[in-house]
Design a protein around this ligand. Structure first.
Ligand code: 5GP
Length: 335
């Protein structure tokens, strides 16, 4: 057994120290970033915020608002080919602003071929709860052979060794970071495993950038300030579930309790999700997600404005002209 004694940080453990600034107005801050990729042959320009591929947030309806702001929606993997066909017949999506997600079972490969051919998406997200499995690396490598030009991301992991492994041997462009920080997640309680998310981002960004890749910090964002701190830690993209839940655009009926309206948001490994998609919880596993009643937040457009306004304001406090400068200009204060 070994003990690591360096303190590991979550978002609430730090604040960003204000600095003398020449940015007079929030409107001067540029929120779009342009990326080139290690393997994929595309360039991408947009606001580097992604709605999580949970079946409550990674939906066509959330996409309809986020894409207007050049933000990405990672569509959940329970949309089948028919769902995509129907949506594309009516109203095709912009291939820049959605990701398709997949697990690592072999049947997923033909699903991917079909959806890529139909939609022309530029992004594939290989998403498994435990990205440390060797099978994830070999699966990603196969995907790279099939889709040499697409932007492939995989996760989740939370340490540098596996970031390097996925980028170098899995041939992914980006790695999704987060073991246990999610708002509907029980992993840390059920297994004792996890890494505080801000430290995971700092370590994994350094590892990914060192080998030409990027990271998506996934989970644990509760407010715009957390996003600013995450960008300050070096993440390239931020992925959020809970923040994008509870709106008119999210699926499910409003539930009224004591005069207050709620919507249900649940982890993709929760009992609710497993019953919905797999008919129940397999007897060798315990749910690692919970269901939460989220107070009705109205329109997702309002939430987007709050998030973008918060990031703009953070930038003006530290003299950052754009999101990538938040990293250069951030000094954290331990609180
Ligand atoms: P949030 O933004 O809500 O804090 O975190 C969203 C992330 O939580 C998702 O992108 C995903 O990585 C993770 N997540 C979603 N459902 C579950 C679950 O049931 N269990 C665990 N451990 N993580 C989950």
């Amino acid at each position: 057994m070994k003990i690591e004694t360096t303190p590991q940080l979550d978002f609430h453990n730090v604040l960003i120290r204000p600095k003398r600034t020449t940015i007079y107005s929030r409107s001067e801050v540029e929120l779009e970033r342009e990326f080139k990729f290690l393997y994929a042959k595309y360039k991408w320009k947009g606001v580097p915020i992604i709605a999580a591929n949970m079946d409550t947030t990674g939906t066509f309806e959330v996409y309809d608002t986020l894409s207007q702001h050049k933000m990405i929606t990672c569509l959940h993997k329970h949309y089948n080919l028919k769902d995509y066909q129907k949506r594309f017949a009516d109203n095709p999506l912009d291939p820049e602003y959605f990701m398709i997600s997949t697990g690592i079972d072999e049947s997923a490969m033909s699903y991917l071929h079909d959806i890529v051919a139909l939609t022309g998406t530029k992004w594939i997200c290989v998403d498994v709860a435990n990205g440390y499995m060797q099978q994830v690396v070999s699966y990603c490598h196969k995907l790279r052979v099939c889709f040499p030009n697409l932007i492939i991301v995989a996760g989740n992991v939370a340490t540098r060794d596996m970031v390097e492994e996925l980028i170098i041997n899995g041939k992914v462009d980006g790695v999704k970071i987060g073991i246990g920080p999610g708002s509907a997640c029980l992993t840390r309680l059920k297994t004792g495993v996890g890494v505080p998310q801000l430290s995971a981002i700092i370590e994994c960004a350094d590892a990914a950038h060192g080998c030409g890749g990027f990271i998506i910090g996934d989970g644990g964002i509760t407010c715009p300030g957390d996003m600013a701190k995450a960008f300050g830690g070096g993440e390239d993209f931020v992925m959020c579930g809970g923040v994008f839940s509870g709106h008119d655009e999210n699926p499910g009926e409003l539930i009224e309790e004591d005069g207050v309206k709620y919507k249900l948001f649940y982890g993709m490994s929760s009992e609710k999700a497993m019953k919905k998609h797999y008919g129940g919880v397999a007897n060798y596993r315990a749910p690692e997600g919970i269901s939460i009643l989220v107070e009705d937040k109205g329109n997702v457009e309002d939430t987007v404005h709050q998030l973008l306004g918060g990031i703009r304001s953070a930038c003006t406090y530290i003299n950052a002209e754009n999101i990538s400068e938040i990293y250069d200009k951030s000094t954290y204060i331990l609180v």
